[in-house]
Design a protein around this ligand. Structure first.
Ligand code: G6Q
Length: 577
């Protein structure tokens, strides 16, 4: 696929934005008391209200025509039938197969993948039941009390976010921990609280070559071995999730304790696979299947609903509308639910790693804006942090407000207050506050005339700031599954419109390569690589300050000032070595 820019539909949308940019949503609501009915829809346990957007029926018609013109229906069909839509890596992107609980066959290179998916789900069931029931024992005969997932990126963010989001469904006697960072602090602080006899490690890495994960896994094994006489007992404490059985065996994990994933599962789309093992241990396999079912329901909706009633398609096209025609290139996601606090981080990866791309399928440079900057955090805290900028800042942001109607922890009227805060924000962003209204309120509050005049400009709000609101009755495994799948499909649709590959990640691969070169140099090994003088001096500075490289290998262009060079005493040896 190439650029959509030359299409007549694109030009029409550009012209249409010229009309809409002077429209205030307040006026759209004023003339249409059916606007909510018209621009909201319910599916898969989610209510999606998109009426607070700068759109009218023409906008949606034009956006739908663009989606048609980009062949979206065919692309959806290609994804669901296992075609290699990840065209740079020549692979399908088949997260939908992982939740295909109806088991219609999905073939990759002529082979139905569903029997493998079912086999691993069955393996997960047996294993999770053994851990949850206490039948799976550690080396000293004690039952497992803590599970530590070691992974990074797609092998970390999904399992962590979902495990934490579904806390009310957890096994009461098991604790869950997630270690990702190569910074030794992460593992060290995590292990401080744990007992090797009762700790189970899940090493999650599709490639099983990722430096951060492998380093943490080795350090965790040393920690465990320091207390065990019989090294063979390590098997009771380590399992792996990977597509690379050779590397897993080389690490020393028994192949019986490995859960397979496949190259057609993208890292950031892998939470539905065995990468979700910590979730399954936490909530039990039946609830994990409910999580898959929620996603499958969204898959069915996405695949079959008319675009005009299709939640992921509408959400995606609204994103295109703002990103490409209104030049709003950032999008904030605010879950009003403490359990969902990691959702923005998770979606940040899913979206930005998928659609932060600069080449079309034919290799041409992309000259339109693609993936927006995704950010956000939990409400109501966010209101006391950066919402000021939403209301009066010069930067524009589009927002998703996500809130369950019922809390798992109904504490007095806390949840009604939380709901009220969330809905009030969406209303304020829409309506703003006119000078007339502020004047009236200040008069009623007894402000003198000159004070009203002085403060009036500061207390008025323009409004007309777009937002979506997503409600669900409660966060359950199924509603969470639907919600995540909604965003996954939204991202896919946008990738189709922009003509990019949402399923590769060459930038991540680059990062993995680059660190290797500097690491070797940091350790004093000579290298062929040349660096700019900034990077070179920063490397040398670190070597000098740490003092763990031979002085002969070092020379700084500028001498270090204010630093007492005491050599290796500066390097605080990791406690896990
Ligand atoms: C996700 C990316 C990336 C990946 C990590 C971990 O789509 O590919 O975030 O998940 O780099 O990779 P491994 O699972 O191979 O360790």
């Amino acid at each position: 696929m190439d650029s959509p820019k030359e299409l007549a539909e694109w030009t029409e949308l550009q012209m249409h934005w010229q009309e809409m940019s002077s429209v205030h949503m307040r006026d759209l609501f004023a003339v249409d008391d059916q606007r909510f009915d018209r621009y909201s829809l319910e599916a898969c346990g989610l209510l999606f209200d998109y009426s607070k957007n700068i759109i009218n029926s023409k906008t949606l018609d034009l956006l739908t025509s663009l989606a048609d013109r980009r062949g979206l229906a065919t692309k959806i069909q290609q994804m669901f039938s296992g075609e290699p839509i990840n065209f740079t890596e020549q692979r399908p992107a088949l997260h939908i197969a992982l939740r295909n609980r109806t088991d219609y066959p999905i073939a990759v290179n002529g082979k139905d993948v569903m029997p493998d998916v079912d086999r691993v789900l069955q393996q997960m069931r047996i294993f999770t039941e053994a851990v949850r029931s206490g039948e799976w024992l550690g080396y000293s005969g004690k039952r497992i009390t803590d599970v530590v997932n070691i992974g990074i990126g797609g092998s970390h963010l999904g399992p962590m976010m979902v495990t934490k989001a579904l806390k009310p469904y957890h096994h009461p006697d098991l604790g869950f921990h997630f270690v990702s960072n190569i910074d030794g602090t992460h593992l060290t602080e995590t292990l401080k609280k744990l007992n090797p006899e009762t700790t189970l490690f899940i090493v999650s890495s599709k490639s099983f070559t990722t430096q951060e994960t492998l380093s943490n896994a080795h350090a965790a094994r040393r920690w465990l071995l320091s207390g065990i006489k019989d090294g063979g007992q390590v098997a009771r404490h380590f399992v792996a999730v990977s597509a690379n059985s050779k590397k897993v065996a080389a690490f020393g994990i028994n192949p019986d304790n490995m859960f397979s994933i496949w190259d057609w599962v993208g890292g950031r789309y892998s939470v539905w696979s065995a990468i979700g093992l910590p979730i399954a241990i936490a909530i039990g396999m039946d609830q994990f299947v409910e999580f898959l079912n929620g996603a499958r329901e969204m898959d069915q909706h996405f695949r079959t609903a008319d675009f005009s009633q299709n939640m992921p398609v509408i959400m995606a096209m609204l994103g295109v509308w703002y990103n490409n025609f209104a030049s709003i290139n950032n999008h904030a996601i605010m879950p009003y639910d403490q359990y969902l606090r990691l959702l923005p981080d998770y979606l940040q990866q899913t979206d930005m790693e998928s659609n932060g791309k600069g080449k079309h399928a034919n290799g041409d440079d992309v000259t339109i804006s693609t993936g927006p900057i995704i950010w956000g955090s939990v409400g109501a805290d966010a209101q006391h942090a950066y919402f000021q900028l939403f209301h009066q800042g010069r930067q524009s942001t589009t927002c998703d407000f996500i809130v369950p109607v019922r809390s798992h922890n109904e504490l007095g009227d806390h949840h009604q207050k939380l709901l009220a805060n969330c809905l009030a924000q969406t209303e304020a962003l829409l309506m703003g506050r006119s000078a007339h209204q502020v004047q009236h309120e200040m008069r009623l509050a007894g402000y003198p005339g000159d004070e009203i005049k002085r403060l009036l400009p500061h207390r008025t709000f323009s409004g007309n700031r777009p937002s979506n609101t997503i409600l669900m009755e409660q966060i359950t495994p199924a509603t969470l599954g639907s919600l995540i799948a909604l965003y996954e499909h939204k991202i896919f649709v946008q990738g189709v419109i922009w003509g990019i590959n949402s399923f590769d990640q060459w930038g991540v691969e680059l990062g993995k390569e680059l660190a290797g070169v500097i690491l070797a140099e940091m350790k004093g090994q000579s290298s062929e690589a040349s660096h700019d003088c900034s990077t070179m001096n920063l490397v040398r500075y670190c070597q000098l300050v740490r003092g763990d490289t031979k002085p002969a290998a070092m020379k700084l262009d500028k001498p270090l000032t204010g630093y007492k060079m005491t050599g290796s005493q500066h390097s605080t040896g990791p406690t896990l070595e």
